[in-house]
Design a protein. Structure first.
Length: 360
């Protein structure tokens, strides 16, 4: 991520989309420094920063030379003009905040997971369907070059017949990600499935199509019992095509600099989707008869660079009056799979039909 000084204001197009950043915590700061300090082509600009922690809002305000507030209501009361709101809030706050912005006729970008209940997701989708505003979700995986390359290779037949998929998200939660405490424990925003499950559901749906059923089991090893920062879940996922996938989620596991987060097992080739959070080591790698040692089929990338792609896509959707790459309906479909997995966990690990859960 680029953390250099922001662009001088005379390089910003005055007709650019005016955005309020709501939530200046871990990822809010990341996008402020990595994206909004250098808006692509001057097509957008932050006009206010909002966080109830004054030091967090002030830090973004000082970085970008914009006013800081404790709430969106204060921004409105101050008469700040804006077109759109970028929300980087804890999970249980997404629904009310997004519906409020859409109802006021402004564009919104919401973090994943879309919501913490199927009912909340449904009212968000309904609010996004009213037209005239763009509602997008900051779901990274459809934006990653490695995922796009793997998807393209599958569609082009390079892997042959697809026999199975596998995904892995294993790392140790710490630092700013546990600072406010809501990710772990038993609260409405907590748990690895809510935090990472929609990401890997999105990844799986990019590679394998619609998911119809899921079976899930928690590790019950004594070492996995704790404050919620240690958690391991195994999913078996069934796609509409009949294809199967395995997904492993673990908090408390040693992380790799570049993890093979997805593998496509094809009759002609195997494709790995490598994701890197610390360096430009992410890419898709294809192993086949021509190159048994494997060959890169996408350029090197850092996962966090996809945050620029998501903001750029959202802004382009606003200015071009088109759909964003990840709509609220797409994210609601990801969420339904996660809630089907949660239902399976409660019911002994049997397969649960996603359509049943999506009805609410
Ligand atoms: N897509 C990704 O790569 C990625 C990465 C990390 C986090 N996230 C998502 O981003 C969201 C935020 O995660 P985080 O780790 O930055 O959390 P965080 O707790 O660090 O930040 C959230 C911020 O929201 C603020 N906040 C709470 N209520 C508010 C309100 N009413 N108005 C304005 N601000 C308010 C909090 O004070 C806090 O500073 C979550 O949905 C998370 O899943 C996505």
């Amino acid at each position: 991520m680029n953390t250099a000084s922001p662009v001088p204001s005379d390089e910003v197009d005055p007709a650019s989309v005016r955005i309020v950043l709501v939530g200046c915590g871990a990822i809010g700061w990341e996008v402020a420094t990595g994206v909004y300090a250098h808006p692509t082509g001057g097509r957008y600009r932050l006009v206010a920063a909002v966080d109830p922690y004054p030091d967090r809002a002030d830090a973004v305000g000082a970085l970008l030379g914009i006013p800081a507030f404790a709430s969106l209501a204060e921004v409105l009361a101050a008469g700040i003009e804006f077109d759109a709101v970028d929300q980087r809030l804890p999970h249980h706050l997404h629904a009310d905040a997004a519906v409020e912005v859409l109802t006021a006729g402004r564009h919104v970008l919401v973090e994943k997971p879309l919501a913490t209940s199927i009912a909340d997701a449904a009212r968000m989708v309904a609010a996004s369907d009213r037209g005239g505003v763009v509602a997008a979700v900051a779901e990274n995986y459809p934006h990653l070059s490695a995922v796009k390359a793997a998807r393209h290779a599958i569609a082009a037949g390079r892997a042959g017949a697809i026999r199975a998929l596998r995904t892995t998200r294993a790392y140790t939660l710490g630092g700013v990600w546990v600072r406010d405490g809501w990710r772990t424990g038993t609260g409405p925003s907590a748990g690895i499935m809510l935090d990472q499950g929609t990401h890997h559901t999105s990844l799986l749906r990019q590679l394998g199509g619609e998911i119809t059923a899921v079976a899930a089991q928690h590790s019950t090893a004594p070492e996995d019992a704790g404050d919620g920062a240690v958690e391991t879940v195994l999913l078996t996922v069934r796609f509409a095509s009949g294809l199967l996938a395995h997904s492993l989620y673990s908090w408390g596991a040693a992380a790799l600099a570049d993890e093979v987060e997805a593998t496509v097992f094809g009759s002609k080739a195997r494709i790995d989707v490598r994701v890197s959070y610390e360096a430009d080591l992410g890419h898709a790698h294809c192993f086949d008869a021509r190159a048994p040692q494997g060959t890169a089929i996408s350029p090197p990338e850092n996962y966090y660079d996809s945050h620029r792609l998501m903001v750029d896509d959202w802004v382009a959707a606003i200015t071009e009056e088109r759909r964003p790459l990840v709509t609220f309906a797409d994210a609601a479909a990801d969420l339904a799979v996660v809630f089907a997995a949660a239902a399976s966990l409660r019911h002994g690990g049997d397969f649960v039909e996603v359509a049943e859960i999506a009805k609410g």
